[in-house]
Design a protein around this ligand. Sequence first.
Ligand SMILES: [Zn+2]
Ligand SMILES: [Zn+2]
Length: 176
Amino acid sequence: MGFEVKIRLEDIPAEGLELCLRDAGVRPRELGSQVGKIVAPPQASLRLRREGSMVLVTGHYQTRLHLVCSRCLAAVEVEVSGEVDTAFLPPLEDAPEEIRLQPEELEVGFYQEGEIDLALVVRQEVSLALPMAPLCRPECPGLCPHCGRPRAEGACSCAEQVVDPRWAKLAKLQLG
Ligand SMILES: [Zn+2]
Ligand SMILES: [Zn+2]
């Protein structure tokens, strides 16, 4: 058990390999545009198994992140965890025909120069698990479109100034 990020195919013994990974080098944007900060970098315990020219990577990952609320931009701390289940194949030009025709549901990657980047495998799983438009709470009222202040912090003075143009006309008539 070590903290590996990349693994060479020839380092995977016939009986398979188990290892732990801690992706301390990942930057928020590499996980998704909705990630503001990495609270605890992705960690995974993975099992690697060779089957002919194919390498199966299975296991479990977890990480703790600050997501940015898509309405009010507040930080939302979330714990993200899930399973890894990916088959790695040789680069396409080397692959025999029967390996190119994989069932659609199987997650497939390709190893490059005899090497699998396990950090990348985990980063992809984390990205896929994140909500596209995170919310700090389901009923988040968002920001005032005029001054940008979070509406949850109470009414801003713009609320009174923004008047429906039809009412503005009426108010003018009444004044005149
Ligand atoms: Zn919000
Ligand atoms: Zn405002």
